[in-house]
Design a binder for this molecule. Structure first.
Ligand SMILES: [Zn+2]
Length: 193
């Protein structure tokens, strides 16, 4: 059981060793997923992949999460291997996506996307808080892929963010990932009912 204080992973220096940086990102993503939705006290399985590589292969598990009200630490556990832990001092951190106000929600579409598309969305840098909540509240879909819950307006907005970032991306490989994500979301937007 990994017991982590989120404060120790915030504002890491630029020259932090890669494993520590990856761990900080992993914990940050768990806190974002835990706080993106309105689920309090329920265990749910997010689309976040497990970080472990038993026998040099990625663990196929997803991160299951329980979030209660602060100061209770966020609990997380891989759905496949034994990796698990708690994260304290998550409230009011930069990763805390809890809503400050209630917003009206229209019809919500359920969009199934591939894991690679989900990963590309998590890496978007320009997201506003509403889109960040959409991306980090994605659930695991069966044995692969992620479920995105988005209203038509949300989906349009997310597509615009992906397009804007793809246009400004100088790294070819990353631009291709964003193009794939753009196509997947556009197809979903055109086939919704
Ligand atoms: Zn695992």
């Amino acid at each position: 059981m990994l017991v982590s204080d989120l404060n120790h992973f915030l504002d890491l220096p630029d020259d932090v060793p890669a494993p520590a940086g990856r761990l900080a990102q992993h914990f940050g993503n768990i806190v974002r997923a835990a706080t993106a939705g309105d689920r309090v006290g329920d265990r749910w399985t997010s689309a976040l992949p497990c970080r472990r590589r038993p026998a040099h292969r990625p663990c196929p598990g997803r991160i299951a999460i329980v979030r209660c009200d602060p100061p209770t630490p966020i609990q997380w556990r891989c759905s496949v291997c034994a990796d698990e832990g708690v994260i304290s001092n998550w409230e009011d951190s930069p990763y805390d996506l809890r809503r400050r106000r209630l917003t009206a929600v229209g019809t919500v579409n359920e969009v199934i996307i591939a894991d690679e598309v989900a990963a590309a969305l998590r890496e978007l840098l320009l997201l506003d808080p509403d889109c960040e909540r959409l991306v980090f509240s994605m659930r695991a879909y069966r044995n692969g892929g992620a479920v995105l819950h988005a209203s038509n307006d949300d989906l349009e907005e997310l597509i615009e963010f992906v397009a804007a970032e793809a246009n400004h991306e100088s790294n070819r490989r990353r631009q291709r990932r964003l193009d794939v994500a753009f196509d997947a979301l556009n197809t979903a937007a055109q086939t919704r009912w």
